[in-house]
Design a protein around this ligand. Structure first.
Ligand SMILES: Cc1cc2nc3c(=O)[nH]c(=O)nc-3n(C[C@H](O)[C@H](O)[C@H](O)COP(=O)(O)OP(=O)(O)OC[C@H]3O[C@@H](n4cnc5c(N)ncnc54)[C@H](O)[C@@H]3O)c2cc1C
Length: 433
């Protein structure tokens, strides 16, 4: 079988197949670097190095709990490359990608082809397209004419040695997280100067950017345009932080998160942007601690492609009109690193069951139901209303309300965890039958 794209979805999918003792041909453009991809290897985290919260009472934490139980490769390898980030799972992106790439390169059941695929491979029993948000138009058009898109941007990364530590302090909110974050405080005067520059900065132009922006990942300058204090209540909120120099909560704060294990690279948290590069340098250097900042990477805007999942896809992410062709990852309309990996994992499990000789109905019966976060996301992709289909992150709103669920939030979250555990147990138990 063939998987096109060795990103987050592709590697999870491949891992599921080889688990069953089957062979995989994994095709990826890498080591070519294009669009947002900077690394030569597989499973690249293109922007932030955070796989989000590990708290299992959050949607993202619950998704990770399920994926660990299902044997996620990404999470197992991520544990080897953790960098400190409070309650979040953040990793050294480069080391993670290197380990995953080596794992496949050395695996005897895997053939790796380094090439750009321009049409859907046909001479293979099963094909998975997991080419991600930056899938080229000519390939996406082979799946459907109804090609959808939205815009998304990355945040800059600065060099540790260029941060003015006389103007910054280490620590997480409410004293949690030790030196996982560096905080760059601004007083009211500095904030106002920064704010004015931010909302008037020169932007990279696009035609339909404003209509097609992903709502959960707004660029900092766009958020700022909503009002002077919006970002002070958003990415630059100072709550839970005390500047040791003054003993007081700052007026506003930019947090920097460690990007690599050595602590050389620090990402500007929540500062995804479409400002032109020279404007990023000018404007972000107005933050006192970044006065002399050297930028390892500037924020960049990208056009993300996805297909109309509910119209095109069915159980296991198989195409309705093309048997044994599957679409996994962000291209299917999930949004986020873990969500994309989850989509690949689910697709891989489904195909593995078919390769093991199960019927389609049996394989469908082995998919985690919508009582799990991974199953609810899958249902969203294949069964949500097709008009205005939008990419989706893991969230508790994906669970249909039931009469037996508690009203109190804490109890309800616990209920979701227990229900999910039972369903994952059922799926794993049935798999062994
Ligand atoms: C700019 C940007 C920033 C993002 N930032 C974040 C973030 O901070 N946090 C977050 O959770 N999510 C983020 N995302 C969203 C998304 O979850 C990730 O992009 C995620 O990596 C998608 O996983 P995937 O497996 O679907 O695709 P990818 O991980 O992108 O993998 C696709 C793979 O396919 C290969 N490929 C593409 N086309 C071809 C071809 N024609 N032939 C052969 N190989 C091909 C690529 O080389 C790549 O290895 C961001 C997306 C973008 C575009």
């Amino acid at each position: 079988m063939t998987i096109v794209g060795a990103g987050l979805a592709g590697v999870e999918c491949a891992h599921e197949i080889i688990k069953g003792g089957f062979f995989v041909r994994l095709i990826d453009k890498k080591p070519e670097r294009f669009g947002a991809y900077e690394l030569p290897g597989f499973a690249e985290l293109v922007c932030s190095n955070s796989l989000k919260s590990e708290d299992e009472t959050t949607a993202s934490g619950l998704l990770k709990r399920e994926m660990r139980a299902l044997g996620s490769l990404l999470l197992a390898k991520a544990d080897n490359h953790r960098v400190k980030a409070g309650g979040a799972l953040a990793v050294d992106r480069e080391a993670l990608s290197q380990e995953i790439t080596a794992y496949f390169q050395e695996h005897l059941q895997v053939e790796i082809l380094s090439e750009t695929v321009t049409s859907i491979p046909t001479k293979t029993p099963f094909t998975v397209l997991a080419t991600g948000p930056l899938t080229e138009a000519h390939l996406a058009t082979k799946l459907s004419n109804d090609r959808l898109h939205f815009y998304d941007a990355t945040a800059p990364i600065v060099a540790r040695e260029s941060i003015d530590m006389n103007e910054a302090f280490a620590g997480g909110r409410y004293g949690k997280g030790g030196d996982d974050y560096l905080n760059c405080p601004l007083d009211e005067t500095a904030y106002n100067a920064f704010y004015e520059a931010l909302i008037t900065g020169e932007l990279v132009e696009t035609d339909d950017y404003d209509d097609k922006l992903f709502q959960h990942c707004q660029p900092i300058e766009r958020l700022a345009k909503r009002g002077r204090d919006t970002i002070r209540y958003g990415p630059m909120r100072p709550v839970g932080l005390k500047d040791p120099r003054t003993g007081k909560r700052p007026y506003a704060v930019l947090q920097l998160r460690r990007e690599d294990a050595s602590g050389e690279m620090w990402g500007l948290v929540g500062f995804q942007t479409r400002l032109k590069f020279f404007e990023q340098k000018r404007i972000f250097q107005l933050i006192p601690a970044l006065r002399h900042a050297e930028f390892y990477r500037y924020g960049v805007m990208h056009r993300n492609t996805y297909v109309n999942g509910p119209e095109l896809l069915t159980h296991g992410n198989e195409m309705k009109d093309r048997e044994n062709v599957f679409v996994a990852g962000q291209l299917s309309g999930v949004e986020g690193y873990m969500e994309s990996a989850a989509s690949g994992l689910l697709t891989g499990r489904f195909i593995r069951h078919l390769l093991e000789g199960k019927t389609k109905d049996e394989a469908i019966g082995l998919l985690p139901s919508e009582q799990t976060m991974i199953g609810a996301l899958h249902q969203y992709v294949i069964a949500s209303p097709t008009s205005d289909y939008q990419p989706m992150n893991a969230n508790f709103g994906l669970f249909a309300a039931t009469d037996d669920q508690p009203r109190k939030k804490d109890l309800r979250r616990q209920f979701f965890i227990e229900r999910s555990d039972q369903e994952i147990k059922r799926v794993l138990g049935k798999e062994d039958d």
